[in-house]
Design a protein around this ligand. Structure first.
Ligand code: SF4
Length: 484
């Protein structure tokens, strides 16, 4: 088969994998004769209109797969045209695309065409040739094939900037139903090994500067949203557990695309707005000190369609507001709808320099359109809050969708257990956490942990802590996740 034809088939086969945004790496070929750097040109954050990264040459090594995941174009039972690259072909393609400035790096995944060790070995060989023979310093993201040996994962991490093992589905039940050949144990085992290796490398680097880098951009994973019945609470609870336990850099949410008919799958795709709300909530988990159970307690089992998750939390916690601008700490400011991290830090910086005045606020670039309903200055509200229904309409970014977020088929919150526990319960040796891993995670610093607050704590000062302390069964589950 012609190389161009393979390229067409194997690029199409990879397009539904969303776990490929490149970030967090600063590799540079450096030495004379080398080529490429993973940082310049801003391509690390280039995304297509649908939110997927387009800056990498995104390919499958092979679309031949032994597995039969219901939601996947490449599944064994689909009569698609099959082909595979050779390592040399992939190296040639990557180098020529890079030289023409088409891409800034390579994202390489593969169908499971053979034993996981053999598949992983092929992916590692491509990365090795690029780094060692071609002197390629651009970004490389390799898929970790669950079930492969740890030695191969270690080698992969030494060549790649990022590794990702896709968990795909939020519970062991859904995995067994829709991806029966996959094993939660193997997927989480790969994540744990990668997370531990990243943490060890960072710890060693603190003592020995020449320690070889291991996946400097960390690891990510992808969750398919809407192919299985789990609600947003389960999905976010799992994501939070993955960030805290395995130090993931990113969880990507990919709205299910019905590419093949299958009685186990829903007939249609979920609204892309659901994916968008999950990304917003994920951002709050990582950078704003929120916990998954808080966001979902406020919104019910599904995030609301009309409001962003922070506004939904604010409306459900009127006692937390107004937040006093003259003395509130960063965690409380971060909970104000309409105030971002930059604005909150500007407020703190201005306060350090002198007394904060109302006329300073516009000059500081703060956008008060939504925030004013939730703030006070020296005891006076910036705007008198109207009744709840009117306030909801004022702070909603999609007011026409009010009431559209609830899913009557979703399980009641009190009955929901977090997906991570399902997976680990079905996975001997993975839960509770193996001795020593928690210490390593602590040594790993704050990767994957919301900034501005220690992991596992509510960050909004006393009142936020009070809200957390009033926790439900979900909250307790979440704490068990964070501190097993
Ligand atoms: S393992 Fe499953 S998701 Fe991956 S390529 Fe094969 S069928 Fe698709």
């Amino acid at each position: 088969m012609e190389l161009g034809q393979k390229l067409e088939i194997l690029a199409a086969g990879a397009r539904y994998d969303a776990s490929c945004a490149s970030s967090g790496s600063s590799r540079n070929a450096g030495a004379a004769g080398g080529l490429g750097s993973s940082t310049p040109a801003g391509v690390c954050h280039s995304f297509a209109g649908d939110g997927r990264c387009v800056s990498l040459l995104k390919l499958l090594y092979s679309n031949v797969c032994r597995y039969d995941c219901a939601y996947c174009l490449n599944r064994a039972s689909n009569e698609a045209e099959r082909c595979s690259f050779t390592a040399e072909e992939l190296v040639r393609l990557t180098m020529s695309f890079y030289r023409r400035n088409y891409v800034e790096g390579l994202f390489l995944s593969s169908g499971v065409f053979s034993d996981p060790d053999i598949v992983m070995e092929r992916l590692v060989e491509v990365a090795r040739l690029l780094r060692e023979r071609e002197g390629f310093g651009g970004y490389i993201h390799l898929k970790a094939i669950p079930g492969c040996g740890e030695k191969l994962l270690r080698r992969a991490g030494l060549y790649a900037d990022r590794l990702s093992a896709n968990i795909e589905l939020p519970t062991a039940d859904s995995l067994a139903r829709l991806a029966p050949d996959k094993s939660g144990a193997e997927i989480l085992g790969a994540m744990r090994f990668i997370g531990d290796s990243c943490a060890e490398e960072r710890a060693d680097r603190g003592r020995i500067a020449s320690t070889p880098r291991f996946a400097p951009a960390g690891q990510s994973t992808q969750l398919v949203v809407g192919a299985s019945p789990e609600d947003d609470g389960r999905i976010l609870g799992l994501a939070e557990g993955l960030y805290r336990r395995y130090g993931l850099r990113r969880v990507y949410y990919s709205a299910f695309v019905p590419v093949l008919p299958d009685p186990r799958l829903p007939g249609g795709a979920p609204p892309l707005l659901r994916e968008h709300r999950l990304y917003q909530a994920d951002w709050l988990l990582r950078f704003y000190g929120f916990r998954a159970d808080e966001l979902l307690d406020a919104a019910g089992p599904r995030l609301p369609a009309d409001l962003d998750p922070k506004a939904a939390w604010a409306l459900a916690h009127p006692a937390f507001f107004p937040v006093e601008l003259s003395r509130a700490e960063l965690p409380a400011l971060l909970r104000v709808p309409g105030l971002g991290a930059t604005s909150a830090r500007r407020i703190l910086a201005t306060r350090r320099a002198g007394r904060l005045r109302a006329e300073d606020l516009p000059r500081m670039g703060l956008v008060m359109k939504r925030a004013k309903w939730f703030l006070s200055l020296y005891g006076r509200r910036l705007a008198e809050a109207p009744d709840q229904a009117s306030l909801r309409a004022l702070v909603a970014d999609r007011p026409e969708l009010a009431g559209a977020g609830a899913d009557p088929a979703a399980a009641p919150a009190a009955e929901a257990e977090y997906a991570m526990r399902d997976l680990e319960a079905a996975t001997p040796g993975l839960g509770p956490q193996a001795p020593g891993t928690r210490a390593k995670a602590a040594a790993a610093g704050t990767e994957g942990r919301p900034s501005g607050a220690p992991a596992g704590t509510a960050s909004g000062g006393d009142r936020a802590a009070g809200a957390a302390a009033g926790g439900s069964a979900r909250a307790r589950d979440q704490l068990e996740l964070a501190f097993p």
